[in-house]
Design a protein around this ligand. Sequence first.
Ligand code: S3P
Length: 177
Amino acid sequence: MSKEYISKNIVLIGMSGSGKTVVGQFLSKKLNMKLIDTDDIIVLNSKKTIPYIFSQYGEKKFRDLESKVIDDLSSETGIIISTGGGVVLNKKNIYLLKKKGVLFFLKANMDTLVKNIESSSQTHRPLLENNKSLGDRIRNIYKKRKELYISSADYIVKVDRKSVEEIGEEIIYILNK
Ligand code: S3P
């Protein structure tokens, strides 16, 4: 592993269910780097759950809290940052993350996203809670964000039909190149 990359941050971006958290955990263990999950920090700082923030204060408030976390992290180096799926909606977030980090877009197809979200027990995704089918919700959100993920990423890692280990090792391989 080159020193340059260890001193940079590894930033994971992508839709809910693309595997940012589990891949972040794998990389954290394997590379012995601290993992920061921006959603966790928002909950910790505000002492409120994400659905509560959305329902009581609205999405804009959540996005402001998210941007504040990114801003606070912008001077850190040598950490892994697992971001919330909507981080790409704000250009400044990406600008700040890129200053010290290499951005990996975990690119998944609809089947993978639906499967992963359905099998996860997490309840921090108010945007996906709605009467519409999960597939439709994800498709709508992804349509709006796809170009942002692609243009924000330094590298795109396809995750379909790959294990967490395979995805993590691919990222490490890219970092070592
Ligand atoms: C969001 C994704 C969630 C969380 C919040 C908003 C989004 O994080 O930040 O519910 O806008 O896609 P995950 O990507 O970890 O699910």
